[in-house]
Design a protein around this ligand. Sequence first.
Ligand SMILES: Cc1cc2nc3c(=O)[nH]c(=O)nc-3n(C[C@H](O)[C@H](O)[C@H](O)COP(=O)(O)O)c2cc1C
Ligand code: SF4
Length: 598
Amino acid sequence: MAADQKQTVQEIVKNHGKNRNRLMDIVREVQSRFGHISNESAHLIADTLGIPFVEVIDMVSFYSFLARTSKGKAVVRLSKCIVDKMHGMDKVADAFEKETGVKFGQTSSDGMIRLEYTPCIGMCDQVPAVLVDGSVITNVTPKDVPEIVKKLRKGAKIGSQESDATRPDAQVELNLRKPGPVIFSPMDRGAAIRAALNMTPEEVITTVTNSRLRGRGGAGFPTGMKWNFCRKAKGEAHYVICNADEGEPGTFKDRVILTEVPDIVFEGMTVAGYALGAKQGLFYLRGEYQYLHSYLQQVLARRRHLGLLGRNIGGKEGFDFDIRIQMGAGAYVCGEESSLIESLEGKRGAPRDRPPFPVTKGYMNQPSSVNNVETYCCAARIMEKGAEWFSKIGTKDSTGTKLFSVSGDCTKPGVYEIEFGITVDDLLEVVGGEDAQAVQVGGPSGNCIAPKDFGRKLCFEDLSTGGSVIVFGPKRNMLEVVREFTEFFIEESCGWCAPCRVGTTVMLEMLDKIIEGKGSSKDLEELERVCNTVKMMSRCGLGQTAPNPILTTMKNFPKLYSSLIKTEEYVPTFDWGNALSDGIAIAGREPVWEGEEL
Ligand SMILES: Cc1cc2nc3c(=O)[nH]c(=O)nc-3n(C[C@H](O)[C@H](O)[C@H](O)COP(=O)(O)O)c2cc1C
Ligand code: SF4
């Protein structure tokens, strides 16, 4: 390694305080300087931090946006989710391959452009979309591709770059279709903090509890209860963590919040800091939203300037709190709160065993409250306007409004802030998706429902959703949808536990057999059995929900599957005999069966 490169890597590590927990920032910066993290760089980082080389490699190899070898001057990442496909992604992919002369997964011969697919990048309302080294281009058509490729061949940058901290909707359309009374109504900067500081921390938590706010990240856990557990947990420090990973395909509501009202999120985090007795807030932003990074840093800087972050906030002696943004690097599982904490600590994002839960042992093993972007916004508004005001909106068990990210076959895709309790039918009318044959509520990990259920309500007590609503028109092949979602889970499984790592692939093989018309009724039973096993035996929420696309369509669209059954002869997909012979050959010994003498 050249001496100047060596010096640069060492300086990067030094600038991050030689702090092992900042490994993610260190490797991201090394990659942005040199295009990848070579073994030499990894050795140098490890030596300077005083950690084993494998720890660096273990981490780097986990994230899809980090590379150990050079990929090319520019990496074009084409968003590949079902909504992209529904809106012409394949034609855009063909155009890129034609124009660059290489296939996806390859780098052009001049080393200038690499083509890759990446899972949903949070732009489903303006697809097809590509990420090019942190910038986003949306509504891409095959006609746009020659110009993009021409620019990249010349080494030019695409879109506005990281250093350009103007409003990010210059790059990505806002698409806020319907603002509501909670998230998107005007609020004075500092109003929620001022209201909170007039109370004790315990009273703040009681107010949030009385509002009956439930977490907007998907599971709907009561926020007041979470904050109470966290405040009461003993530790050297408490942490406020915001989950802005937003990786569920079809979800893009946090993107719109962060563009339009980022102050409210940071205000909510600061209120949480006061309530929990925390001095540090950590904001985990998905790697795909790098284009928002400088803008958000600017918002934080302004808040520090206004005395809304930093020391003695709001003039309250001893109330010190600040927020650090941590960028992710392309891993859906990092949205799961314990993986997110691992990632925040600069490790691979593998989920932790729970208990202990983050409220007692989270970031750095200290009490931490992980909440969604929208949850913090709600908490800020509750402080400002009161628990009673909030609890009168929505339904009994789902108070407040919900942001829905609506995409797919509808005339008005975008973000809608609507009171909890709206029926799917009513939402479809608002978004222009009345002829839907199916609606995916809550993304692939949620529920695919048929028209017979369109009278049901969107709320925790009926159909719950973290926000993703994908509409499928009458002409869509729903099995293609199910296949795509299952592939997504295979791709995103962290590989830690066999039920998820192996089970998801087995599910796809069994599904394919049925789609190819080679399945019998017994195959359907077996598919359901495997799905239920994966659901029950997986270690974290990813594996536990990965079978949902198959299970919910089997339940709600039984004909989709039964119409493909042409035979009653059951031929197992997995040949135990062959697998066993292979195993015997590898192990070099025969198995001993139960009851057999050794
Ligand atoms: C695979 C997986 C991905 C997740 N992704 C997100 C996410 O992107 N954003 C989020 O807020 N919660 C996500 N969650 C839920 C979090 O684990 C956690 O419950 C949530 O951040 C808590 O916030 P809340 O109480 O405000 O809902 C995910 C869970 C799983 C299992
Ligand atoms: S369920 Fe999947 S993502 Fe979760 S720990 Fe197991 S392998 Fe990893």
